[in-house]
Design a protein around this ligand. Sequence first.
Ligand code: HEC
Length: 109
Amino acid sequence: MKKLLILVALFSSTFTLANGKIVEGRKKVEQVCQSCHGLDGQGIDDTYPKLAGQFADYMVKALSDYKSGARKNAIMSGFAASLSEQDMENVAAYYASLTSDRLHDLTIK
Ligand code: HEC
């Protein structure tokens, strides 16, 4: 029983942590990213990559590569430069959470 409780506690704290990142990430996306990638992560048109449901690790890597210059893009390097590592994890958690089923649950303005 004790083991079970510990497991439940561990699991729920990981869950809360993940949710916190998503909430913070959404705020950042509203301020900075939505004008191109959309709040729903679909991209406002074909010029902008869709990010909804993309792997979080992939997005964190892409963003840090834009910031370091390992990946070059005139538009994204500017935006990535303004993000901390924590911001990158947050926005990536937010966009990764937008799988096609979950889109229905989110009230997108
Ligand atoms: C002014 C428009 C614009 C804004 C604002 C913008 N992006 Fe981008 N983003 C782009 C474009 C264009 C690309 C494609 C660049 C390339 O070819 O490398 C891109 C690429 C990306 C990629 C890589 C996608 C892939 O499939 O490899 C990620 C991740 C990303 N953006 C995240 C973000 C985040 C997070 C923000 C907000 C902090 C943001 N972008 C803000 C235009 C924008």
